[in-house]
Design a protein. Structure first.
Length: 270
């Protein structure tokens, strides 16, 4: 019973007592009812308090849960930003990889073209000079896209001379025929002169070539001049180097080794 009902009963009891018409038994009954109503009200009040406490606990839990969810939300947002950055980096890497792949494909394509050109020119020269190659007077080697033609000195020059002999002129003309119009394949032609380590003998030759430096340079110049004037090679494609006996390919302790070191090398470069 609510507070209003209790108050009403209490008022009725007071009025009855004042009027003098209420017996003791009735008073006791009314008092009992009043106490029952008070007890019920207190029970209801306690129940309400318990409900309020439960609701407060649930509210606290909800607030804690919301706080945790907010923390989780911020964490997820941070992870999202990190993933977006990683995705951007991956996209950039993919673009870079595609560019690298394209560049490498271009390099491979160019290298294949160079290799094909090297093989073509090599076959032409080998066909033109097959006799000299068979007799090991001329050697052809591939060097990373370049071709190196090595002439032992006896095929080009007589001993102590820088004048090209007939046999040498024939070989150089055949090479010039193969290279004259191949400016796309081999744009540069470097002629290198090499000697053995034996000093120039005293006499007329020493007056012309005081040392192996002069002899190696003079022989390289003779080949370049012949390729230009007789072979029709553009002089802008030609250059010379002279090394005396400082770049041997064999020992200088034997006649056979010294013969290999006395040589002219023609380096063909794309």
């Amino acid at each position: 019973m609510n507070k209003t009902a209790c108050t009403l009963i209490f008022t009725m009891v007071i009025c009855a007592l004042l009027s003098g018409c209420v017996t003791k038994s009735i008073y006791v009954e009314l008092e009992k009812d009043y106490q029952n109503h008070v007890a019920q009200s207190n029970e209801q009040l306690n129940e309400f308090k318990k409900q309020i406490e439960r609701l407060e606990v649930e509210l606290h839990k909800s607030k804690t849960s919301i706080s945790g969810l907010e923390v989780e939300k911020r964490k997820l947002e941070t992870e999202k930003l990190q993933l977006i950055n990683q995705l951007d980096n991956i996209k950039d890497n993919v673009v870079q990889l595609k560019q690298d792949l394209h560049r490498k494909q271009t390099i491979i394509k160019t290298q294949k073209k160079v290799i094909a050109q090297v093989n073509e020119t090599k076959k032409q020269i080998e066909h033109s000079l097959k006799k000299q190659i068979a007799s090991q007077e001329i050697k052809i080697e591939e060097m990373e896209g370049k071709l190196k033609l090595t002439f032992v000195d006896k095929i080009l020059f007589n001993s102590g001379s820088a004048s090209i002999n007939i046999k040498g002129k024939e070989a150089l003309l055949q090479i010039a025929d193969s290279l004259r119009n191949q400016t796309n394949n081999y744009n540069f032609i470097r002629v290198e002169g090499h000697t053995d380590n034996l000093p120039i003998a005293e006499g007329p030759i020493k007056k012309v070539f005081p040392s192996n430096w002069e002899l190696s340079a003079a022989r390289a110049i003779s080949v370049v001049r012949f390729l230009e004037l007789e072979g029709g090679i553009d002089p802008l494609r030609l250059c010379i180097s002279a090394y005396s006996f400082y770049r041997p390919v064999d020992t200088n302790e034997t006649p056979e080794g010294r013969m290999q070191n006395r040589r002219i090398e023609i380096i063909l470069t794309p």
